[in-house]
Design a protein around this ligand. Sequence first.
Ligand code: FES
Ligand SMILES: [Fe+2]
Length: 370
Amino acid sequence: MIDSGPHSRRFARGWHCLGLERTFQDGKPHQIDAFGTSLVVFQSRDGQLNVLDAYCRHMGGNLAQGSIKGDAIACPFHDWRWGGDGSCAEIPYSRRVPRLARTRSWVTLQRNGHLYVWNDPQLRPPPEDVTIPELEGYGTDEWTEWSWNSLLIEGSNCREVIDNVVDMAHFYYVHLVKPTSFRNVFDKHIASQYMSALGRPDIELETNYGQEGLVMDSWATYYGPSFMVNGQTLASAGQSAEGLLINCHYPVTDNSFVLQWGAIVRKSPGMSDSAAQELADTFASSLGDAFLQDVEVWKGKARVDNPLLCDEDGPVYQLRRWYEQFYVDVEDVSPEMVARFEFEVDTVTAQDKWDKEIALNIASAQNLVT
Ligand code: FES
Ligand SMILES: [Fe+2]
């Protein structure tokens, strides 16, 4: 029987990407619905992006509907001014500001052209070694700017996204590439997937995925519960491209989340800026197409805490044990959740069976034509 597990309203401890910095640098406050509440993002005069609880501690006005005044965000209801550090900077109609007037200010990180926010139900600051790394190449002339997209997914918990890290077989059935090698490494707050795959010649698609002759090498690493960097090299018909893709999300409620994805690509010698940017857009849209394939499955599936597995499935239980570290108090993180773990899926049988299926598919397609 399926065990759907206990329902938890807790949100993962860790860094979550809220989007591109440039989206928030337009002089306006932005509302972000996340972690079961609403946040406001605004840029103060010093250029810094600040994240506060959206609801004003005075009488609940929504600061995202207010305006930026100097270094503070002004509430639309009675004009109380809140600084980026969460302190009440001014009440324009009052003799003095109540001594302890504060709202919640969220810890932020601006890096790689992104804005990240730290969520911790225990309200502690992030440990120094738990961070989002600087992406090599980003911000240099050699690489493009982000091509970026986002999508609100309702009726699903964000943990469904995570299972993909170990799910070798779904790449063939859902993403229409044939994995030829597949390995996972988990260590502390980091989880990686290393995969090589070939396009399926029995599938004709407009995107990069599934083209005949496509050879794909990919490493994908989660830094914490929600931010994945995916390096991909794609080669097809004598052409090759190198891209960095991002797959990240933040929870809106326990039953909805915002999925975001984007790409930058390395400009090859002689490639014009616009051609490179176009390639990044293609990368991002292929990734988007791949997500939409996943989303269809997520929408219709049940939550399963006790999946029934076969030999060729990756280490689903170990991955979930790793993921659990973000949902318990720091004191309750057990050594097994953060211990180094490595696993390589044996793809030999799967490849053999898939090759036969592909040959049959091609033969029957040719019969239909002739
Ligand atoms: S509710 Fe924000 S100033 Fe009154
Ligand atoms: Fe997937």
